[in-house]
Design a protein around this ligand. Structure first.
Ligand SMILES: Nc1ncnc2c1ncn2[C@@H]1O[C@H](COP(=O)(O)OP(=O)(O)OP(=O)(O)O)[C@@H](O)[C@H]1O
Ligand SMILES: [Mg+2]
Length: 488
């Protein structure tokens, strides 16, 4: 034997046949592998022995007087952290399978040859054990990274069923691991299913995808903007068996970017709108005046009908022009301390008639004591008015509008206006703050309401945002900086 091993191996030998123990002992004496062999002859004795002896390896006879040697593998109290080699006097496949299943590292049939080459067998077993432990440690390390990652890491099989789901995925998407493992991936919004199929196909062709931006839907129905890295996972034969996905939440980043783009867009459109509105205002006023004069002059009904139509339409055009002028109003309106609950009560009074006609109830949740903001009263009134009007328009058969004033998670004073209407389609959600975007019939909406709100809120150092899902109503949230004003 060429192998030198200076470290004394600590071997636990569980063997009731003294002659076999002797053979094993002798095999070590004539080998360069030095060993301290501690012998026990039955299961009961073995359990006691382990209190003060931790072996590097145990060699255990299968047939003992008080039971099978494999019993020690079942004993959880023993906390076995070393390899166990099972020996029997005769070859039996079943015993071998049972021993390995219970956690034995290997199985040898006792022959003169195996007993005398026990030092080599022990070294082989220890090498094998070392490799298993190394693999286990690596697996534990990856598992720790997988579990503790803030990124949402998940793995799906070829049918898009979830195989793995880490804590980051639980935090981002709101589903617990046990809710999703084995099930079809639940976080892909309807409008992204086609994209998912295309991406999946690419991955199955072996492609990797990095920094792929898309949207996912969390358990509570909210949408998350994510950037994902996707990779195919292969088995030893190089067949793709699964796909891994690491996603980072970029919802806030995207929102800020969208807000900046929106502001830029509105500024540009605002300047253009102001120009057009001023140009149109004078001729329109003159058309209207002339038409009104004609109203008194015409003497037949048919012409009167036409003239009245001209007046009505010019009035509608004036309304649009006034809104355009509002939309492009010069900044710098005077700001004062205003109390949100008083302002909301005033707006509610203005809308009292409309609300009762349409069977709409307003529920107010004013939990905040200091609800003061530094803002222009008329402008914020207009914002609240527009938002409630939109909610009213969305509920022609009645419903509830909840207006809450509270402090948000990010420490801002916020006004939340929610309704029980049909909500806003996902495809419209990104467009509603755009000027002239409306789903209302011609003559019923200009599509300027929300873009005006956007500009007004921004001018008062606030932000406005919307959350909605079809069938679940819409919630508009306006946020303003928290104040320290103690006066009044
Ligand atoms: N609470 C709401 N529920 C459902 N959809 C809404 C709600 N608020 C706004 N919307 C959608 O957003 C669109 C744009 O709203 P916006 O206030 O800008 O214009 P509008 O209401 O259509 O017209 P205007 O404000 O001039 O009367 C609406 O047409 C509607 O489709
Ligand atoms: Mg509106």
């Amino acid at each position: 034997m060429s192998e030198k091993n200076n470290k004394k191996l600590k071997i636990l030998l569980v063997e009731d046949d003294e002659s076999h123990s002797e053979l094993i002992r002798r095999s070590f004496e004539s080998s360069p592998v030095t060993a301290e062999i501690s012998v026990t002859t039955n299961l009961a004795e073995t359990c006691g022995k382990l209190n003060d002896f931790t072996p590097d390896l145990a060699i255990v006879d299968y047939l003992l007087q008080d039971g099978k040697g494999t019993e020690i593998l079942k004993d959880e109290n023993l906390n076995i952290t070393w390899p166990v080699l099972i020996m029997t006097s005769y070859g039996d496949e079943k015993i071998a399978v049972e021993a390995i299943r219970l956690g034995a590292i290997d199985y040898v049939v006792k022959t003169g040859e195996t007993l005398s080459s026990m030092p080599e067998i022990c070294l082989r077993v220890l090498r094998q054990w070392g490799l298993i432990m190394k693999e286990k440690r690596a697996e534990e390390k990856y598992k720790a990274i997988f579990e503790s990652s803030k990124d949402a890491i998940l793995m799906v099989d070829l049918n898009q069923n979830i195989l793995e789901w880490n804590n980051g995925a639980e935090a981002l998407y709101g589903y617990k691991r046990e809710e999703v493992v084995g099930k079809f991936i639940p976080i892909v919004p309807k409008d992204k299913m086609k994209e998912l199929r295309i991406v999946h196909e690419k991955l199955l062709n072996g492609e990797h995808m990095q920094n792929f931006e898309t949207r996912r839907k969390a358990k509570n129905g909210t949408f998350k903007d994510v950037v994902i890295t996707l990779s195919p996972i292969k088995d030893e034969k190089n067949n793709i068996i699964a796909v891994s996905s690491i996603a980072r939440d970029i919802t806030t980043e995207k929102k800020l970017k969208r807000q900046m783009q929106q502001t830029e867009k509105l500024t540009g459109i605002g300047q253009l709108a102001a120009g057009i509105a001023h140009q149109l205002n004078t001729p329109l006023a003159s058309i209207r005046l002339s038409a009104q004069m004609l109203e008194d002059a015409v003497d037949n009904n048919e012409s009167l009908h036409d003239v009245k139509k001209i007046v009505r339409q010019t009035e509608y055009c004036s309304k649009i022009i006034n809104k355009l002028l509002e939309f492009s109003r010069p900044p710098g309106a005077e700001k004062r301390w205003i109390r949100l609950r008083l302002l909301i009560n005033d707006v509610e009074k203005l809308l009292e008639k409309v609300l009762s006609n349409k069977d709409i109830t307003i529920k107010k949740e004013f939990t905040l004591k200091n609800d003061k903001i530094l803002a222009n009263k008329n402008q914020i009134e207009q914002v609240v008015f527009n938002l409630i009007s939109n909610a009213v328009d969305a509920m022609p058969n009645g419903g509830v509008v909840v207006i809450a004033v509270e402090v948000s998670d990010d420490n801002k004073i916020c006004v939340k206006i929610s309704d029980t209407g049909p909500g806003i389609d996902d495809e419209h959600l990104h467009k509603i703050f755009d000027p002239f975007f409306t789903t209302k019939k011609i003559g019923q909406g200009t599509g300027l309401g929300l873009s005006i709100c956007y500009g007004l809120v921004e001018e008062n150092e606030g932000t406005i945002d919307v959350e909605s899902a079809p069938g679940k109503g819409a919630t508009f949230t306006i946020k303003f900086p928290l104040t320290n004003d103690k006066s009044g």
